[in-house]
Design a protein around this ligand. Structure first.
Ligand SMILES: NC(=O)c1ccc[n+]([C@@H]2O[C@H](COP(=O)([O-])OP(=O)(O)OC[C@H]3O[C@@H](n4cnc5c(N)ncnc54)[C@H](O)[C@@H]3O)[C@@H](O)[C@H]2O)c1
Length: 329
């Protein structure tokens, strides 16, 4: 089977692509390489904007995975107009040409942030979505557009992921556990901005498992699925990261608690993914920190701007290297 991974050179893709190759799939990655190339040599490279892909280009693939776009709130707020192009228009366009090219399945990287601020209830996929910020709105628009195209001969699976954390060859230190880990090890201090808000956490291993389950699911399956390793309050995440660093590295770490307002608070049920995709998470916060420690030598240049998406976005914007074809057209 030949798979195209759009945005596959990013944090998630750089962990997923080697696993797909290892399972015997032929994998091409179409990417703008904002964060460099950390992919295995066996991956086919298409250095292009998604908007430059044509129906003909897509004809050789059985499945397409969308992992591109601006992947957090600070990026989306830095440039809301680009956010809606990269996060709403791009997945819609790619799904549209994939269907025309008779691709069998499209897997879309959605986010639990579409749930916005909820009342601490467990949300399944039937619950209403209510994001009022550019990132959440655009991830929802992308999802609505691609789900709209699902049909008997075109399966579409949207994975609403919790915040992913853990080590990837293309590293990010702007994700909840990764940030706490960096601050705990480097500054001996973990800052919790609001201990009571809920976040579904997803280890990078569980995240790549979810994509594999989706790609290998029966062709008859289409739908929206929450995926998470577990639901935690941010206060508990802080405690667990501190404990793991202290136990595993023998360092003393101070926890600083603030009570700042947050516009995202949600916990999700993953029962549908368990029942329909056979997705079962295996990694908790302690495992995530263990995996970060095992790979720490590879990203201890803590201030590298590539580890912080908003820093890289600002640098790319200064040199006008971010422009998408859709903006120029
Ligand atoms: N990381 C998380 O915690 C998380 C959680 C929920 C959802 N998501 C979603 O999962 C996806 C992957 O996240 P990530 O952390 O790997 O992101 P990332 O920022 O590390 O990678 C995104 C990649 O997409 C590429 N890209 C962006 N727009 C493109 C375009 N128009 N054409 C070609 N390439 C393009 C970039 O060069 C980059 O390599 C994103 O869609 C994100 O919104 C991520």
């Amino acid at each position: 089977m030949k798979i195209l991974v759009a945005g596959g050179a990013g944090y998630l893709g750089s962990a997923l692509v080697p696993r797909l190759i290892d399972r015997g799939y032929e994998v091409d990655v179409v990417d703008l390489f904002w964060f460099g190339n950390h992919l295995p040599a066996e991956a086919g490279i298409i250095h292009k904007d998604i908007f430059e892909m044509s129906v003909q280009d897509l004809e050789r693939y059985q499945q397409v995975v969308f992992l591109a776009g601006l992947s957090n709130d600070p990026m989306a707020e830095f440039s809301p107009s680009r956010n809606f192009i990269f996060n709403a228009a791009a997945p819609a366009y790619l799904a549209y040409i994939a269907k025309k090219a008779h691709v069998k399945r499209y897997v879309y990287a959605c986010s639990c942030s579409v749930y916005g601020y909820t009342d601490n209830e467990l949300f399944d996929e039937t619950r209403s979505v209510s994001s009022s910020y550019p990132y959440g709105i655009s991830k929802l628009q992308g999802e609505q557009a691609v789900m709209n195209l699902a049909s008997d001969d075109f399966s579409v699976i949207s994975l609403r992921k919790g915040t992913v954390s853990g080590y990837s060859p293309r590293m990010r230190l702007d994700l909840i556990i990764n940030t706490m880990f960096k601050n705990g090890v480097r500054n001996r201090e973990i800052i919790v901005n609001n201990p009571s808000i809920w976040r579904p956490i997803l280890s990078i291993e569980d995240a790549t498992n979810a994509y594999i389950r989706a790609l290998e699911a029966s062709e008859k399956i289409s739908g929206i699925f929450n995926v998470a390793s577990g639901n935690y309050t941010v206060g508990e995440v802080g405690d667990l990261v501190r404990m793991a660093i202290e136990e595993q590295l023998g360092l003393r770490v101070h926890l600083t608690i603030h009570h700042k307002k947050d516009f995202r608070n949600y916990k999700v049920s993953i029962q549908k993914a368990e029942n329909m995709l056979s997705f079962h998470p295996n990694y908790d916060v302690k495992c995530i920190v263990k995996q970060l420690i095992e790979n720490m030598e590879r990203f201890h240049d803590w201030d590298n701007p590539q580890y912080y998406n908003i820093e890289t976005l600002k640098l790319l914007s200064q040199t006008n290297s971010l422009r998408s074809l859709a903006e120029i057209a």
